[in-house]
Write a protein that binds this ligand. Structure first.
Ligand code: UD1
Ligand code: CA
Length: 484
């Protein structure tokens, strides 16, 4: 379909969203990792509008910052200081658009599923018919909360009636207003100047401009599918729209060759990239901007945020990662926690119940069991034994532990940073390393072992006897005899 030319979009996002019962402005609540208002703006830009003006008001600073961060100069804002209705909101936008004579696309910032094709169809029909106003209408089994479409005997749209202003008969109408309009700027300027607020909510309704265009016989309506067009007014709507969006994201990835065991349990944010032949098991969540390369395997229940998983890497069940990178053929989990700044080299391994933070792990190195590895710089072919702790924090500052290539750290060791273990060195199990270890040296710091022959047998005897005396009705006081 052609991209209609010369359109500017207005997105209304100034309302508080009272029905959300939230301190956060409604339009900043997220679906698939994107605020609601971003979805609306994105759809408009994708549909080919030249630029976009977002009307902000409630939580204006936060909404503006969020738009600026994502869209930069492609989006400008107009402030509606007091929220006096959708018509009043459009008046504020038009004040910022007095140089614009072309057509406008108007949509609401709480409508996160709208496809850009729907917007394009609306813009094209409106331009083609030379209408003053085009709108989308859709049928809905339960039309509660939506404005109803009123038609005359010949089936022409004559007005939109808000639910609260509906008569009983009007309330029974199932054709509703999803809130998408294409409007001629000249017509709109006159129509919004003439709006009144004599209605059930005492607001200036944008929807009243439909009746004005109908009076001139210059309305065109385009059919829409309500599954794509529902608005978010409360938490239930948000959850439902999030589910629909999730289904679409997962379906698109599956069509692109990503394997899913149980797509209905997986949540993947919109900004994530997952390549063909990656496999995603049940209950996985990919949040933020994850990249999962071909052949990678994300096992059940893993939650990855802003994480890169290179080709053929494996994430075993119930692993949690944030701002981390797994090199090709690396393995993590089950139950690993990779915190920000973790970079695992190719073929390296972080095993169960290990935690890493701001650490590079060289190719082929292993942190297999129950370790804490923070602020580490670990070379290639290093083996870190079970229960190793990098003591990176002295209460004031963080310090780095450097393990050069080929180092072997025995189990239950502590490395008190800053410290360096030279290439090929050994650290004996149970050692607390406080000084640098030269290459190829053995560091051992623990008391020498003594074996006391027969001691355990004698101890058992003595303790057994004490216990039976204590149970006897008139026993000796079992106070003496602690082993020496
Ligand atoms: C609106 C429509 C209704 C339609 C429904 C579709 C009007 C009068 N009604 O009702 O016909 O069926 O959307 O979802 O337009 N906003 C502002 N400033 C304001 C008021 C609202 O910017 O003063 C913004 C809100 O942030 C929101 C959007 O406009 O993003 C819609 O407002 P909302 O209060 O949700 O309108 P509805 O009651 O849903
Ligand atoms: Ca709404």
């Amino acid at each position: 379909m052609d991209t209609p030319e010369g359109f500017v979009a207005i997105v209304l996002a100034a309302g508080q969203g009272t029905r959300m019962k939230s301190a956060r402005p409604k339009v900043l609540h997220e679906i698939a990792g994107r605020p609601l208002v971003h979805w609306a703006v994105e759809a408009a830009l994708e549909a080919g509008v030249d630029r976009c003006v977002v009307v902000i008001g409630h939580g204006a600073d936060a909404v503006e910052a969020s738009l600026e961060e994502r869209f930069g100069g492609r989006v400008t804002t107009a402030v509606q200081a007091e929220q006096r209705g959708t018509g009043h909101a459009v008046q504020q936008a038009m004040a910022a658009l007095d140089d614009h004579a072309g057509p406008l696309l108007i949509l609401y910032g709480d409508c996160p599923l709208v496809p850009s094709e729907q917007l394009r169809a609306l813009m094209t029909a409106t331009t083609r018919e030379g209408a003053a106003l085009g709108l989308v209408t859709a049928a809905l089994d339960d039309p509660t909360g939506y404005g109803r479409i009123l038609r005359d005997a010949r089936g022409r749209v004559v007005a939109i009636r808000e639910q609260k202003d509906c008569s009983r008969d009007e309330r029974a109408i199932h054709e509703v207003n999803p809130g998408l309009y294409a409007v001629d700027a000249g017509f709109l300027r006159e129509a919004i100047a003439a709006l009144g607020d004599d209605n059930a909510q005492g607001e200036f309704y944008l929807t009243d401009v439909v009746a004005a265009a109908a009076k001139q016989g210059r309305v065109v309506d385009v059919p829409g599918d309500m599954r794509d067009l529902r608005g978010v007014n409360d938490r239930a709507d948000l959850a439902e729209c999030a589910r629909v969006r999730r289904d679409r994201i997962v379906a698109a990835l599956a069509a692109g060759g990503v394997g899913f065991r149980d797509p209905s349990t997986v949540w993947i944010d919109a900004e994530c990239v997952v390549e063909a032949d990656a496999f995603v098991d049940a209950g996985v969540q990919l949040r933020g901007r994850c990249v999962v390369r071909a052949g990678a395997h994300i096992d059940a229940g893993a939650v990855l945020t802003d994480t890169r998983v290179e080709a053929n890497a494996t994430v075993l069940p119930y692993t949690v990662t944030t701002d981390a990178t797994l090199g090709a053929h690396a393995t993590v989990g089950p139950f690993s926690h990779l915190r920000p700044g973790t970079v695992l080299g190719p073929g390296s391994k972080v095993g169960n119940f290990s935690e890493t933070k701001k650490t590079r792990v060289g190719a082929g190195s292993k942190v297999n069991h129950l370790s804490y590895v923070g602020d580490g710089d670990i070379g290639e072919g290093v083996n870190i034994g079970a229960g190793t702790i990098f003591c990176n924090y002295d209460g004031f500052e963080k310090h780095t532990t450097v393990l050069e290539d080929g180092v072997f750290i025995g189990s239950d060791s502590q490395l008190v940073a800053p410290v360096r273990v030279g290439r090929g060195a050994y650290v004996a199990s149970g050692t607390t390393v406080t000084r640098d270890v030269p290459p190829d040296a053995l560091a051992i710091a623990r008391t020498r072992q003594q074996n006391k022959e027969g001691f355990a047998a004698r101890l058992r005897e003595r303790l057994g006897a004490r216990k039976s005396h204590a149970k006897a009705p008139s026993g000796r006081d079992p106070g003496e005899g602690a082993p020496r």
